[in-house]
Design a protein around this ligand. Structure first.
Ligand code: SAH
Length: 411
Protein backbone atom coordinates (compact mmCIF):
# COMPACT_ATOMS: atom_id res chain seq x y z
CA UNK A 1 0.00 0.00 0.00
CA UNK A 2 1.29 3.46 -0.89
CA UNK A 3 1.37 6.36 1.49
CA UNK A 4 1.27 10.13 1.17
CA UNK A 5 3.06 11.88 3.99
CA UNK A 6 2.07 15.51 4.54
CA UNK A 7 4.32 18.39 5.56
CA UNK A 8 4.14 19.44 9.21
CA UNK A 9 0.90 21.27 10.08
CA UNK A 10 -0.73 20.46 6.72
CA UNK A 11 -3.22 17.99 8.21
CA UNK A 12 -5.66 20.63 9.45
CA UNK A 13 -7.97 20.87 6.44
CA UNK A 14 -8.23 17.06 6.32
CA UNK A 15 -9.10 16.99 10.00
CA UNK A 16 -11.98 19.32 9.13
CA UNK A 17 -12.88 16.73 6.46
CA UNK A 18 -12.08 18.93 3.48
CA UNK A 19 -11.37 16.48 0.64
CA UNK A 20 -8.47 18.10 -1.30
CA UNK A 21 -4.75 17.56 -0.80
CA UNK A 22 -2.66 20.11 -2.65
CA UNK A 23 0.73 19.31 -4.12
CA UNK A 24 2.26 21.97 -1.87
CA UNK A 25 1.10 20.13 1.28
CA UNK A 26 2.85 16.86 0.47
CA UNK A 27 6.24 15.96 1.94
CA UNK A 28 6.54 12.67 0.12
CA UNK A 29 4.50 10.13 -1.74
CA UNK A 30 3.78 9.24 -5.33
CA UNK A 31 1.71 6.74 -7.25
CA UNK A 32 -0.16 5.96 -10.41
CA UNK A 33 -3.03 8.01 -11.73
CA UNK A 34 -6.11 7.28 -9.62
CA UNK A 35 -4.38 4.88 -7.25
CA UNK A 36 -5.79 4.74 -3.71
CA UNK A 37 -3.28 5.90 -1.09
CA UNK A 38 -3.16 6.16 2.64
CA UNK A 39 -2.70 9.79 3.69
CA UNK A 40 -0.82 10.48 6.90
CA UNK A 41 0.17 13.53 8.88
CA UNK A 42 3.85 14.33 9.20
CA UNK A 43 3.79 12.41 12.48
CA UNK A 44 2.37 9.32 10.77
CA UNK A 45 -1.22 9.61 12.00
CA UNK A 46 -3.90 8.26 9.61
CA UNK A 47 -5.94 11.02 7.96
CA UNK A 48 -7.71 9.63 4.91
CA UNK A 49 -7.87 7.32 1.91
CA UNK A 50 -7.41 9.35 -1.25
CA UNK A 51 -7.05 8.96 -5.02
CA UNK A 52 -3.65 10.08 -6.27
CA UNK A 53 -3.46 12.39 -9.29
CA UNK A 54 0.15 12.83 -10.43
CA UNK A 55 -0.50 15.70 -12.87
CA UNK A 56 -2.88 17.86 -10.82
CA UNK A 57 -2.23 20.64 -8.35
CA UNK A 58 -4.94 18.93 -6.33
CA UNK A 59 -2.62 15.96 -5.96
CA UNK A 60 -5.09 13.70 -4.18
CA UNK A 61 -8.84 13.69 -3.47
CA UNK A 62 -10.29 11.94 -0.46
CA UNK A 63 -12.60 8.95 -0.75
CA UNK A 64 -12.93 8.33 2.98
CA UNK A 65 -11.78 9.62 6.36
CA UNK A 66 -12.45 6.26 7.98
CA UNK A 67 -9.35 4.12 8.44
CA UNK A 68 -11.41 0.91 8.40
CA UNK A 69 -13.03 1.75 5.03
CA UNK A 70 -11.85 -0.29 2.04
CA UNK A 71 -11.97 1.55 -1.27
CA UNK A 72 -13.48 -1.14 -3.46
CA UNK A 73 -16.59 -1.83 -5.56
CA UNK A 74 -18.96 -2.02 -2.53
CA UNK A 75 -17.66 1.40 -1.44
CA UNK A 76 -18.73 2.96 -4.76
CA UNK A 77 -22.02 1.07 -4.84
CA UNK A 78 -22.88 2.44 -1.39
CA UNK A 79 -21.69 5.98 -2.17
CA UNK A 80 -23.72 6.19 -5.41
CA UNK A 81 -26.79 4.75 -3.68
CA UNK A 82 -26.50 7.29 -0.83
CA UNK A 83 -26.16 10.23 -3.18
CA UNK A 84 -29.11 9.14 -5.30
CA UNK A 85 -31.40 8.39 -2.39
CA UNK A 86 -30.67 11.85 -0.90
CA UNK A 87 -32.38 13.34 -3.99
CA UNK A 88 -35.67 11.79 -2.97
CA UNK A 89 -35.68 14.19 0.00
CA UNK A 90 -34.72 17.29 -2.04
CA UNK A 91 -37.35 19.48 -3.67
CA UNK A 92 -36.69 18.83 -7.37
CA UNK A 93 -39.53 19.80 -9.71
CA UNK A 94 -38.20 18.11 -12.83
CA UNK A 95 -37.33 14.76 -14.37
CA UNK A 96 -33.94 16.31 -15.15
CA UNK A 97 -31.98 15.97 -11.90
CA UNK A 98 -28.38 15.95 -10.74
CA UNK A 99 -27.83 12.64 -8.95
CA UNK A 100 -24.18 13.07 -8.00
CA UNK A 101 -22.52 16.45 -7.45
CA UNK A 102 -18.87 15.56 -6.94
CA UNK A 103 -17.23 16.47 -3.64
CA UNK A 104 -20.57 17.49 -2.08
CA UNK A 105 -21.74 13.89 -2.44
CA UNK A 106 -18.48 12.29 -1.32
CA UNK A 107 -17.45 11.40 -4.87
CA UNK A 108 -14.80 13.96 -5.93
CA UNK A 109 -14.68 14.45 -9.68
CA UNK A 110 -17.96 12.68 -10.47
CA UNK A 111 -20.98 14.47 -11.94
CA UNK A 112 -24.08 12.47 -12.84
CA UNK A 113 -27.26 13.94 -14.29
CA UNK A 114 -30.43 12.03 -15.00
CA UNK A 115 -32.60 13.15 -17.92
CA UNK A 116 -35.73 10.99 -17.87
CA UNK A 117 -34.47 7.44 -18.31
CA UNK A 118 -30.95 8.37 -19.44
CA UNK A 119 -27.93 9.02 -17.25
CA UNK A 120 -25.09 11.32 -18.28
CA UNK A 121 -21.83 11.26 -16.34
CA UNK A 122 -18.65 13.31 -16.26
CA UNK A 123 -15.53 11.72 -14.80
CA UNK A 124 -13.23 14.65 -14.16
CA UNK A 125 -10.65 13.29 -11.71
CA UNK A 126 -7.97 10.61 -11.87
CA UNK A 127 -9.77 8.65 -9.15
CA UNK A 128 -13.15 8.54 -10.87
CA UNK A 129 -11.43 7.68 -14.15
CA UNK A 130 -9.76 4.70 -12.50
CA UNK A 131 -13.05 3.43 -11.05
CA UNK A 132 -15.17 4.31 -14.08
CA UNK A 133 -16.50 0.84 -14.85
CA UNK A 134 -17.40 0.12 -11.23
CA UNK A 135 -19.11 3.52 -10.88
CA UNK A 136 -21.04 3.04 -14.14
CA UNK A 137 -22.45 -0.26 -12.90
CA UNK A 138 -23.17 1.19 -9.46
CA UNK A 139 -25.19 4.03 -11.06
CA UNK A 140 -27.30 1.64 -13.10
CA UNK A 141 -27.86 -0.55 -10.06
CA UNK A 142 -28.94 2.38 -7.88
CA UNK A 143 -31.33 3.84 -10.47
CA UNK A 144 -32.59 0.69 -12.18
CA UNK A 145 -31.81 2.36 -15.54
CA UNK A 146 -29.84 0.88 -18.44
CA UNK A 147 -28.43 3.84 -20.38
CA UNK A 148 -25.40 5.84 -19.38
CA UNK A 149 -23.71 8.35 -21.65
CA UNK A 150 -20.25 9.70 -20.85
CA UNK A 151 -19.49 13.41 -21.28
CA UNK A 152 -15.96 13.53 -19.92
CA UNK A 153 -15.00 16.46 -22.13
CA UNK A 154 -14.85 19.19 -19.49
CA UNK A 155 -11.64 21.20 -19.66
CA UNK A 156 -10.80 20.39 -16.02
CA UNK A 157 -9.92 16.85 -17.15
CA UNK A 158 -6.79 18.21 -18.78
CA UNK A 159 -5.62 19.45 -15.35
CA UNK A 160 -5.72 15.81 -14.23
CA UNK A 161 -3.74 14.71 -17.29
CA UNK A 162 -6.77 12.94 -18.77
CA UNK A 163 -7.87 12.90 -22.41
CA UNK A 164 -11.49 13.74 -23.28
CA UNK A 165 -13.83 10.74 -23.48
CA UNK A 166 -17.41 10.76 -24.76
CA UNK A 167 -19.96 8.18 -25.86
CA UNK A 168 -22.23 5.46 -24.50
CA UNK A 169 -20.70 3.73 -21.48
CA UNK A 170 -23.68 1.45 -20.86
CA UNK A 171 -26.77 0.63 -22.94
CA UNK A 172 -25.25 1.86 -26.21
CA UNK A 173 -26.08 0.36 -29.60
CA UNK A 174 -25.52 -3.38 -29.92
CA UNK A 175 -24.02 -4.62 -33.18
CA UNK A 176 -26.36 -3.79 -36.04
CA UNK A 177 -28.85 -2.19 -33.65
CA UNK A 178 -30.07 1.36 -33.39
CA UNK A 179 -28.32 3.85 -31.12
CA UNK A 180 -30.39 5.09 -28.17
CA UNK A 181 -31.55 8.70 -28.53
CA UNK A 182 -29.22 11.55 -27.53
CA UNK A 183 -32.04 14.07 -28.13
CA UNK A 184 -34.16 14.16 -24.96
CA UNK A 185 -37.01 16.15 -23.43
CA UNK A 186 -37.38 17.01 -19.77
CA UNK A 187 -40.30 18.47 -17.83
CA UNK A 188 -39.14 21.25 -15.52
CA UNK A 189 -41.73 22.99 -13.36
CA UNK A 190 -44.54 23.74 -15.81
CA UNK A 191 -42.55 23.66 -19.01
CA UNK A 192 -40.79 21.30 -21.38
CA UNK A 193 -37.21 21.64 -22.52
CA UNK A 194 -35.20 19.60 -24.96
CA UNK A 195 -31.48 18.89 -24.93
CA UNK A 196 -28.82 16.93 -26.69
CA UNK A 197 -26.64 14.95 -24.30
CA UNK A 198 -23.90 14.44 -26.92
CA UNK A 199 -23.56 18.07 -28.02
CA UNK A 200 -25.06 20.37 -25.39
CA UNK A 201 -23.04 22.32 -22.83
CA UNK A 202 -21.98 20.43 -19.69
CA UNK A 203 -24.07 17.24 -19.73
CA UNK A 204 -26.57 18.92 -22.05
CA UNK A 205 -28.40 21.39 -19.83
CA UNK A 206 -28.05 23.86 -16.93
CA UNK A 207 -30.08 22.02 -14.32
CA UNK A 208 -28.61 24.21 -11.58
CA UNK A 209 -30.76 27.21 -12.64
CA UNK A 210 -34.06 25.28 -12.45
CA UNK A 211 -35.48 27.09 -9.44
CA UNK A 212 -34.18 30.52 -10.42
CA UNK A 213 -36.05 30.09 -13.71
CA UNK A 214 -39.16 29.35 -11.66
CA UNK A 215 -38.58 32.45 -9.52
CA UNK A 216 -38.26 34.48 -12.71
CA UNK A 217 -41.60 33.11 -13.92
CA UNK A 218 -43.15 34.05 -10.56
CA UNK A 219 -41.90 37.64 -10.88
CA UNK A 220 -43.11 37.84 -14.49
CA UNK A 221 -46.54 36.80 -13.36
CA UNK A 222 -46.77 39.06 -10.34
CA UNK A 223 -45.30 42.16 -11.97
CA UNK A 224 -46.62 41.55 -15.48
CA UNK A 225 -43.35 42.07 -17.36
CA UNK A 226 -43.77 43.67 -20.79
CA UNK A 227 -40.18 43.85 -22.07
CA UNK A 228 -37.80 41.11 -20.98
CA UNK A 229 -34.14 40.69 -21.90
CA UNK A 230 -32.50 37.28 -21.36
CA UNK A 231 -28.73 37.56 -21.73
CA UNK A 232 -26.57 34.43 -22.18
CA UNK A 233 -29.83 32.59 -22.82
CA UNK A 234 -28.35 29.23 -23.95
CA UNK A 235 -31.45 27.21 -24.93
CA UNK A 236 -33.85 29.79 -23.56
CA UNK A 237 -34.81 28.38 -20.18
CA UNK A 238 -35.35 31.83 -18.63
CA UNK A 239 -37.16 32.99 -21.79
CA UNK A 240 -39.66 30.14 -21.54
CA UNK A 241 -40.08 30.85 -17.83
CA UNK A 242 -40.74 34.54 -18.56
CA UNK A 243 -43.31 33.71 -21.24
CA UNK A 244 -45.04 31.30 -18.84
CA UNK A 245 -45.24 33.99 -16.15
CA UNK A 246 -46.42 36.63 -18.64
CA UNK A 247 -49.13 34.32 -19.97
CA UNK A 248 -50.35 33.71 -16.42
CA UNK A 249 -50.40 37.47 -15.77
CA UNK A 250 -52.49 38.02 -18.90
CA UNK A 251 -54.93 35.29 -17.90
CA UNK A 252 -55.39 37.19 -14.64
CA UNK A 253 -56.24 40.40 -16.49
CA UNK A 254 -52.76 41.86 -17.05
CA UNK A 255 -51.75 43.76 -20.18
CA UNK A 256 -51.21 41.49 -23.19
CA UNK A 257 -48.40 41.55 -25.76
CA UNK A 258 -45.19 41.40 -23.73
CA UNK A 259 -41.95 40.67 -25.59
CA UNK A 260 -38.85 38.62 -24.71
CA UNK A 261 -35.47 39.29 -26.33
CA UNK A 262 -32.84 36.53 -25.89
CA UNK A 263 -29.14 36.80 -26.65
CA UNK A 264 -26.46 34.14 -26.98
CA UNK A 265 -23.33 33.64 -29.06
CA UNK A 266 -24.14 30.00 -29.84
CA UNK A 267 -26.20 29.44 -32.98
CA UNK A 268 -27.33 25.89 -32.11
CA UNK A 269 -28.38 26.98 -28.60
CA UNK A 270 -30.47 29.80 -30.09
CA UNK A 271 -32.15 27.44 -32.56
CA UNK A 272 -33.20 25.26 -29.66
CA UNK A 273 -34.34 28.29 -27.66
CA UNK A 274 -36.56 29.32 -30.58
CA UNK A 275 -38.00 25.80 -30.79
CA UNK A 276 -38.74 25.87 -27.04
CA UNK A 277 -41.10 28.83 -27.48
CA UNK A 278 -43.34 26.88 -29.84
CA UNK A 279 -42.92 23.61 -27.93
CA UNK A 280 -44.44 25.28 -24.87
CA UNK A 281 -47.32 26.75 -26.82
CA UNK A 282 -46.25 30.41 -26.80
CA UNK A 283 -46.69 32.83 -29.67
CA UNK A 284 -43.35 32.85 -31.53
CA UNK A 285 -43.89 36.50 -32.46
CA UNK A 286 -43.40 37.47 -28.85
CA UNK A 287 -39.87 36.14 -28.71
CA UNK A 288 -36.84 37.33 -30.66
CA UNK A 289 -33.35 35.86 -30.65
CA UNK A 290 -30.02 37.53 -31.27
CA UNK A 291 -26.82 35.70 -32.16
CA UNK A 292 -24.52 38.31 -30.69
CA UNK A 293 -22.06 39.28 -28.00
CA UNK A 294 -23.92 40.36 -24.84
CA UNK A 295 -21.60 43.18 -23.88
CA UNK A 296 -21.79 44.77 -27.36
CA UNK A 297 -25.56 44.30 -27.48
CA UNK A 298 -26.11 45.97 -24.10
CA UNK A 299 -24.07 48.98 -25.27
CA UNK A 300 -26.06 49.10 -28.48
CA UNK A 301 -29.40 48.99 -26.59
CA UNK A 302 -28.24 51.88 -24.39
CA UNK A 303 -27.29 53.93 -27.43
CA UNK A 304 -30.71 53.25 -28.94
CA UNK A 305 -32.43 54.30 -25.72
CA UNK A 306 -34.09 50.91 -25.22
CA UNK A 307 -35.34 49.92 -21.76
CA UNK A 308 -36.43 46.61 -20.23
CA UNK A 309 -38.47 45.82 -17.18
CA UNK A 310 -36.67 42.55 -16.50
CA UNK A 311 -33.15 41.45 -17.38
CA UNK A 312 -31.36 38.13 -16.81
CA UNK A 313 -27.56 38.05 -16.75
CA UNK A 314 -26.33 34.46 -16.55
CA UNK A 315 -22.84 34.55 -18.06
CA UNK A 316 -20.41 31.65 -18.39
CA UNK A 317 -17.73 31.12 -15.76
CA UNK A 318 -15.56 34.27 -16.02
CA UNK A 319 -13.33 33.11 -13.13
CA UNK A 320 -12.71 29.35 -13.00
CA UNK A 321 -10.40 29.86 -10.01
CA UNK A 322 -9.58 32.63 -7.55
CA UNK A 323 -6.53 33.49 -9.70
CA UNK A 324 -8.85 34.88 -12.39
CA UNK A 325 -10.96 36.84 -9.92
CA UNK A 326 -9.68 40.33 -10.78
CA UNK A 327 -10.27 40.23 -14.50
CA UNK A 328 -13.55 38.41 -13.96
CA UNK A 329 -14.70 41.03 -11.45
CA UNK A 330 -14.26 43.73 -14.09
CA UNK A 331 -16.21 41.71 -16.65
CA UNK A 332 -19.07 41.09 -14.20
CA UNK A 333 -19.12 44.71 -13.17
CA UNK A 334 -19.28 45.90 -16.76
CA UNK A 335 -22.33 43.87 -17.77
CA UNK A 336 -24.12 44.57 -14.48
CA UNK A 337 -23.56 48.31 -14.85
CA UNK A 338 -24.99 48.24 -18.38
CA UNK A 339 -27.95 46.09 -17.32
CA UNK A 340 -28.82 48.38 -14.39
CA UNK A 341 -28.78 51.35 -16.76
CA UNK A 342 -31.12 49.52 -19.14
CA UNK A 343 -33.70 48.71 -16.45
CA UNK A 344 -36.87 50.76 -16.10
CA UNK A 345 -37.51 52.10 -12.58
CA UNK A 346 -39.17 49.25 -10.68
CA UNK A 347 -37.61 46.79 -13.14
CA UNK A 348 -35.94 43.61 -11.97
CA UNK A 349 -32.45 42.23 -12.60
CA UNK A 350 -31.68 38.54 -12.10
CA UNK A 351 -27.88 38.48 -12.06
CA UNK A 352 -25.63 35.45 -11.58
CA UNK A 353 -22.07 34.29 -11.26
CA UNK A 354 -21.18 30.61 -11.59
CA UNK A 355 -17.47 31.26 -10.97
CA UNK A 356 -15.96 29.24 -8.15
CA UNK A 357 -13.37 32.00 -7.80
CA UNK A 358 -15.97 34.69 -6.94
CA UNK A 359 -17.55 34.36 -3.50
CA UNK A 360 -21.14 35.37 -2.80
CA UNK A 361 -19.79 38.29 -0.80
CA UNK A 362 -17.49 39.46 -3.60
CA UNK A 363 -20.29 39.10 -6.15
CA UNK A 364 -22.52 41.29 -4.01
CA UNK A 365 -19.77 43.93 -3.87
CA UNK A 366 -19.26 43.78 -7.64
CA UNK A 367 -22.95 44.35 -8.33
CA UNK A 368 -23.02 47.14 -5.74
CA UNK A 369 -20.12 48.88 -7.40
CA UNK A 370 -21.76 48.41 -10.81
CA UNK A 371 -24.80 50.19 -9.37
CA UNK A 372 -22.64 53.01 -8.03
CA UNK A 373 -21.04 53.51 -11.47
CA UNK A 374 -24.43 53.40 -13.15
CA UNK A 375 -25.84 55.90 -10.66
CA UNK A 376 -28.59 53.38 -9.94
CA UNK A 377 -29.73 52.13 -6.56
CA UNK A 378 -31.80 49.01 -6.14
CA UNK A 379 -33.47 46.79 -3.59
CA UNK A 380 -31.83 43.41 -3.17
CA UNK A 381 -34.98 41.33 -3.05
CA UNK A 382 -33.39 37.89 -2.92
CA UNK A 383 -30.14 35.99 -2.97
CA UNK A 384 -30.25 32.93 -5.18
CA UNK A 385 -28.15 29.78 -5.41
CA UNK A 386 -28.00 26.52 -7.29
CA UNK A 387 -30.94 24.13 -7.17
CA UNK A 388 -30.93 21.72 -4.18
CA UNK A 389 -29.65 18.77 -6.23
CA UNK A 390 -26.42 20.78 -6.70
CA UNK A 391 -25.80 20.94 -2.97
CA UNK A 392 -23.17 22.71 -1.01
CA UNK A 393 -22.14 21.06 2.22
CA UNK A 394 -20.79 22.14 5.56
CA UNK A 395 -17.43 20.50 4.85
CA UNK A 396 -16.92 21.68 1.28
CA UNK A 397 -17.56 25.43 0.92
CA UNK A 398 -16.29 25.36 -2.70
CA UNK A 399 -19.61 23.66 -3.46
CA UNK A 400 -21.15 27.13 -3.53
CA UNK A 401 -20.23 28.03 -7.10
CA UNK A 402 -23.52 29.50 -8.34
CA UNK A 403 -24.84 32.64 -6.73
CA UNK A 404 -27.39 35.17 -7.84
CA UNK A 405 -29.09 38.37 -6.78
CA UNK A 406 -32.52 39.70 -7.59
CA UNK A 407 -32.26 43.48 -7.70
CA UNK A 408 -35.20 45.83 -8.21
CA UNK A 409 -34.23 49.24 -9.55
CA UNK A 410 -35.49 52.03 -7.33
CA UNK A 411 -38.12 54.23 -8.91
N1 SAH B 1 -29.18 30.87 -18.60
C1 SAH B 1 -28.90 29.67 -19.34
C2 SAH B 1 -27.48 29.17 -19.16
C3 SAH B 1 -26.42 30.17 -19.59
S1 SAH B 1 -24.86 29.44 -19.88
C4 SAH B 1 -29.93 28.60 -18.96
O1 SAH B 1 -30.77 28.85 -18.09
O2 SAH B 1 -29.91 27.53 -19.56
C5 SAH B 1 -23.95 30.73 -20.60
C6 SAH B 1 -24.25 30.99 -22.07
O3 SAH B 1 -23.50 32.15 -22.45
C7 SAH B 1 -23.85 29.91 -23.06
O4 SAH B 1 -24.99 29.51 -23.79
C8 SAH B 1 -22.84 30.60 -24.02
O5 SAH B 1 -23.02 30.20 -25.37
C9 SAH B 1 -23.16 32.03 -23.83
N2 SAH B 1 -22.09 33.03 -24.07
C10 SAH B 1 -20.81 32.98 -23.65
N3 SAH B 1 -20.17 34.12 -23.94
C11 SAH B 1 -21.07 34.95 -24.55
C12 SAH B 1 -21.03 36.29 -25.06
N4 SAH B 1 -19.93 37.02 -24.97
N5 SAH B 1 -22.15 36.79 -25.61
C13 SAH B 1 -23.28 36.06 -25.69
N6 SAH B 1 -23.38 34.80 -25.20
C14 SAH B 1 -22.30 34.25 -24.64
Amino acid sequence: MKTIRLKPGKERSLQRRHPWIFESAIAKGSGDSGETERVESHEGQFLAWAAFSPASRIRARVWSFDEAQRIDAPFFIAACARSISARARFDVQSDGVRLVHGESDGLPGLIVDRYGDTLVAQFTSAGTERWKAVIADALLQATGLTRLYERSDASVRALEGLEPATGWLRGGPVAGGEAPPVELTIHEHQWQLTLNIAEGHKTGFYLDQRDSRKRFADYARRLGFQRVLNCFCYTGGFSVAALAGMRAAEAEGGAPGGQVVSIDSSGPALERARAHVALNGFDVNRASFMDADVNASLRQFLKEGQRFDAIVLDPPKFAPTAAHADRAARAYKDINRLALQLLTPGGVLFTFSCSGGISADLFHKIVASAGADAGVDGYILERLGGAPDHPMTLEFPEGEYLKGLVVMRKG
